[in-house]
Design a protein around this ligand. Structure first.
Ligand SMILES: [Zn+2]
Ligand SMILES: [Zn+2]
Length: 263
């Protein structure tokens, strides 16, 4: 006997509506992928095409246990706790940092579209990937703390992309930090100056008092040298936070350093 399936009238109707909406939107607006600019076949599924999402690869292990930078393969075998030279050399306030992948290709274009073109709907699928690839960072944490923008920049942009991402990580969002000094954009600064640039740029808000003794996760769109995250983590630890982890959408690795913005 033939396998006979009764169609679900509601889901059939939903997909019929989506297909019709896709067809109408494709013809009228011809929207293109925010990352690769190819014409979108299903605009109702979001502003980025499926092949761009599929192209975002995780950073290749072994990774530095602390900052998340890729390490040469031999290090994971020869050292019990794998840490990069930078993390071994200096005191780090961020205990563990992870990202979806390298700030390159489609991921870079998607973060750019979220931040500079106001495509805020991209925060949801980005956060989904952050939850998946940063599961160990989120595990056991009490809350997430978005890296704040200076009020003037926040006004100019109309939103803080870090808050948009943090809201979708399924943990309480605590605005424990504020930016007290407007900093020069990190884009053109060499690594050493980036740390100086963000030093003392952050302060704790009143809600930071509730975080004493807890494990918290800082959230931002991109980690460039980690200078911003370090400055935030230091302020939180001075306020009694036990452990500060960091989860970003993207992370700048190696050769990409000269060509990025940190916010
Ligand atoms: Zn695309
Ligand atoms: Zn490291």
């Amino acid at each position: 006997m033939a396998d006979f399936k009764i169609p679900n009238p509601i889901s059939s109707l939903q997909s019929a509506i989506c297909n019709s909406a896709d067809a109408v939107l494709s013809v009228l607006l011809a929207p293109s992928c925010a990352a690769c600019e190819v014409l979108l076949e299903h605009p109702t599924s979001g502003p980025v095409c499926p092949s761009c999402w599929a192209s975002i690869l995780p950073l290749t292990p072994p990774l530095c246990d602390q900052c998340g930078d890729p390490l040469p393969a031999w290090r994971a075998i020869s050292v019990p706790i794998a840490r990069c030279p930078r993390c071994r050399r200096t005191t780090r306030f961020v205990d563990r940092a992870r990202a979806i992948g390298a700030y390159d290709g489609a991921l870079r274009a998607i973060v750019h579209a979220l931040k500079y073109e106001g495509r805020r709907s991209l925060a949801r699928p980005l956060a989904r990937l952050m939850r998946r690839r940063g599961a160990d960072v989120l595990d056991g944490a009490a809350c997430v703390v978005p890296v704040p923008l200076h009020p003037s920049r926040r006004r100019q942009r109309g939103f803080n992309q870090a808050t948009d991402l943090a809201r979708r990580l399924y943990l309480p969002v605590v605005p424990a930090l504020r930016r007290v000094r407007a900093t020069t954009t990190q884009t053109d600064l060499p690594a050493a100056q980036r740390h100086r640039n963000v030093r003392d740029a952050f302060a704790r808000t009143r809600s930071a008092q509730t975080l004493e003794g807890l494990v918290v996760v800082l959230v931002d769109d991109v980690s460039t040298t980690g200078a911003t995250l370090e400055a935030c983590a230091r302020v939180l630890k001075e306020g009694g936070v036990r452990e500060v982890r960091a989860l970003t959408a993207a992370r700048v690795v190696g050769r990409l350093m000269s060509d990025t913005r940190s916010w």
